[in-house]
Design a protein around this ligand. Structure first.
Ligand SMILES: NC(=O)c1ccc[n+]([C@@H]2O[C@H](COP(=O)([O-])OP(=O)(O)OC[C@H]3O[C@@H](n4cnc5c(N)ncnc54)[C@H](OP(=O)(O)O)[C@@H]3O)[C@@H](O)[C@H]2O)c1
Length: 122
């Protein structure tokens, strides 16, 4: 059994990876920080494949898809992202653009391709 978890280097994604590993899933762990992903690899008892990519980059999403498309993934947890709070008008505009870019790249190029592939099989 295999699960791909994006945003596995911290927070919710890291905990989901831990829980899935406890249930026996090998993990494909994706985030930008390869060092943190390797720490997770050391911690978990099932196999962990580390893929350090920036999912806000369209080319990185395409490369990730190519890398994982034949790996027979059973569960996809596409959790990578970031939250924000505060007054949008004042000082959040740049961060908001980055957020939108991330969501667009990730959704348009990774979700679509990977869901299309595995959605057809089930
Ligand atoms: N915590 C909440 O209350 C809450 C509420 C609603 C929704 N969410 C959503 O749930 C998800 C996880 O939240 P969290 O609280 O666990 O956040 P977190 O601790 O900041 O974790 C975010 C994860 O996403 C990865 N990530 C961020 N940008 C990335 C990028 N461009 N490319 C690849 N990986 C990226 C981060 O790893 P690197 O930095 O190593 O890349 C990290 O592993 C987010 O999408 C967030 O928007 C959270």
């Amino acid at each position: 059994m295999k699960a791909l978890v994006t945003g596995a280097s911290s927070g919710i994604g890291k905990d989901i990876a831990r829980e899935l590993s406890k249930k026996g899933y090998d993990i494909i762990a994706v985030a930008r920080d390869g060092n943190k992903l390797n720490e997770l690899k050391e911690e978990l008892e099932t196999k962990v494949e580390v893929i350090a990519v920036d999912l806000s980059e369209v080319d990185a999403c395409k490369l990730l898809y190519k890398t994982v498309k034949n790996k027979n993934i059973d569960i996809l947890v596409n959790n990578a992202g970031f939250g924000d709070c505060g007054e949008f008008i004042r000082n959040r505009f740049r961060k908001r653009i980055k957020y939108d870019k991330h969501k667009y790249s990730s959704n348009a190029h990774f979700n679509k391709t990977i869901f299309a592939r595995y959605g057809k099989k089930r």
